[in-house]
Design a protein around this ligand. Structure first.
Ligand code: SF4
Length: 572
């Protein structure tokens, strides 16, 4: 096993015996074999796209299969055995289609396009997966290590794109060009003669694709659920039993709210689902009562205290603990061996959540973890309406700087940096956030600047593109020719493949001085990091004081201990 997909890779190198996320070595091997098989499928699908022979079912399947391997989505060996065998069958179907239409293949085909199982068997698949996994880079020359790392990064970015597409395709059709990009990217990983430049360029293109897909997802969501508006969300539970909904699938939340209304069961959002409270359609449900708990990594200590069922609709699943395992349900592509899974919806029908609602009715009310409220829902319309007032604040010197502090939360204790950073930012600065890193600071009272809250929570990581659109509008309003000259800094908290897409989107747009933490991705090899540093001045987090000085161009008065800490870090 060698996995360095995410920010929690062991020692920031790789998980090599079992994943910190709960991924065991057998599941890791099945992921590796599914990736290998999908590369073979995409090799032909890319040719099919060029000949106008693309297959909608294969396209949707590819995105779904990529998404299944995102960190914290699926840990069920049976699902991967099914996905791998289906990939091979679809590949062979596509190959026959291409031959029927006169396509010619190279004589020397990559082995990913040829491998076929002897039987559909978990042991055979696991063994094969062990031989096609990621290679540790320490055994390679620096140049080869850079190419290898950039190829892997491309695979992770494509997995992130697969996630975005799957979130859209459960709501509405996705344009063929997005699937074609995925096939092109996966096929490109099989090219033997590639240079770092072209691999990085394709990685950056993934960022651009992600922005386009986020916009499609936003459109699909707002057409169904309305335009988000700033909303105070309660954190204290009611005295009735409830169900927690975590993940991103608003349609699941909607179906559950419809079916639970009037049953005496309350519904709670969790983690990135928080922003649902700000959508007009969800506001109509009186039993959508509050948000429960902190970010995803706290689930093992918090879900047991909820005392009722948990519905996991997308990534962020951790191995459930004894206290709530019998009340945990997965849906969509999420899975863990032995957990109850909600069947997919049939065309024009809702999913059936009756089992969850019935179980919830037998449960006591949740324990209280938090009280008070948090505000979310600064979506497109509201944020764009703030362009003029914010430009005016800059003009009058009432506002000095905007820090975009977005991304995902995680377990590392170093992430207290994000709380301290927000606490230390001067009162004439604004913070715009998206994703769940906000749980590090969204309960702080940060006040306002002339009526505009200092913390503007746009919503999920998938809403990140709205921040970029806001900044473009602000650039125009302030008549600034280069976006890098705006008094704005990006500080990204990364965790998994979708936060990688955020970084790639910023790199593609040429945004400089992006700060990434709490650690730099382990697949930023020496050569990749040099290029990112030389061309875009990308940097890892330092101390709060140093990063504020770098972002805002101001010095903070340091306490002696903080000064000593910086000196120690610098000499290290
Ligand atoms: S996804 Fe992250 S935590 Fe899980 S095995 Fe890979 S690197 Fe480790």
């Amino acid at each position: 096993m060698f996995c360095y997909h995410c920010q929690e890779a062991k020692k920031n190198i790789a998980c090599d015996t079992a994943g910190i996320c709960g991924k065991k070595s057998d599941i890791s091997s099945l992921h590796d074999l599914l990736t290998y098989s999908l590369k073979g499928l995409s090799y032909y699908a890319h040719q099919a796209d060029e000949l106008n022979l693309s297959d909608a079912n294969i396209n949707q399947f590819t995105a779904r299969a990529l998404y299944s391997m995102l960190t914290n989505v699926n840990f069920d060996a049976a699902i991967f055995v099914q996905l791998i065998s289906e990939t091979i069958q679809r590949r062979e179907f596509l190959k026959r289609q291409l031959l029927t239409h006169g396509a010619k293949f190279k004589q020397l085909l990559p082995e990913e396009t040829l491998w076929h199982y002897a039987s559909i068997d978990v042991a055979e698949f696991t063994k094969k997966g062990e031989s096609v996994g990621v290679m540790p880079e320490e055994e390679m020359s620096e140049e080869i290590a850079d190419i290898h790392a950039a190829r892997e990064m491309l695979v992770y970015a494509l997995k992130g794109l697969g996630a975005l597409i799957e979130h859209i395709q459960v709501l509405e059709p996705v344009a063929a060009e997005h699937y074609a990009f995925i096939h092109k990217g996966l096929a490109f990983t099989l090219e033997p003669e590639v240079d770092l430049e072209s691999l990085l360029a394709l990685n950056f293109d993934c960022g651009q694709q992600a922005i386009a897909l986020m916009a499609c997802l936003e459109k699909a969501n707002t057409q169904r659920f309305g335009e988000p508006e700033p909303t105070k969300v309660h954190l204290e539970p009611s005295d009735r039993p409830g169900v927690i909904v975590t993940g991103h699938d608003f349609q699941d939340l909607h179906d559950l709210l419809e079916q639970s209304a009037g049953t005496g069961v309350d519904i709670y959002t969790h983690d990135e689902m928080l922003v649902a409270h700000s959508y007009p359609v969800f506001k109509k449900y009186f039993n959508l009562v509050a948000n429960y708990g902190g970010a995803w990594q706290d689930q093992k200590t918090q879900f047991g205290k909820f005392k009722g069922p948990v519905l996991v609709t997308s990534n962020s699943l951790q191995q459930p603990k004894k206290g709530y395992i019998d009340m945990t349900y997965t849906s969509g592509m999420v899975g863990w061996t032995g957990l109850k899974h909600i069947d997919n919806r049939r065309p024009h029908e809702a999913k059936d959540f009756s089992a969850i609602i019935e179980q919830a009715k037998q449960c006591p009310a949740p324990d209280t973890l938090n009280t008070g409220t948090v505000i979310t829902g600064y979506g497109r319309q509201v944020l764009l309406s703030l362009v003029e007032p914010i430009a005016a604040l800059f003009a009058s010197d009432s506002l000095q700087h905007i820090v975009v502090l977005a991304g995902y939360d995680g377990r590392h204790k170093e992430r207290k940096y994000y709380t301290e950073l927000v606490q230390a930012l001067p009162s004439d600065s604004l913070i715009i956030t998206a994703g769940d890193t906000k749980y590090r600071f969204n309960q702080l009272d940060l006040g306002e600047i002339e009526g505009i809250p200092r913390l503007l929570d746009v919503g999920q990581a998938h809403d990140f593109h709205i921040i970029l659109d806001f900044l473009k509008a602000l650039q125009e309003e302030m008549d600034v020719s280069d976006i890098n000259e705006l008094p704005v800094s990006f500080n990204l908290a990364w965790y998994e493949q979708q936060s990688l897409l955020m970084m790639l989107a910023l790199f593609k747009q040429g945004l400089k001085n992006v700060i990434i933490g709490p650690t730099l991705p382990p697949f930023f090899s020496a050569g990749i990091l040099k290029q990112l540093t030389d061309e875009l001045s990308v940097q890892g987090i330092s101390t709060v004081e140093q990063d504020i000085a770098a972002m805002l161009g101001i010095e903070l008065a340091l306490e002696p201990e903080a000064e000593a800490e910086i000196t120690a870090k610098e000499s290290a």
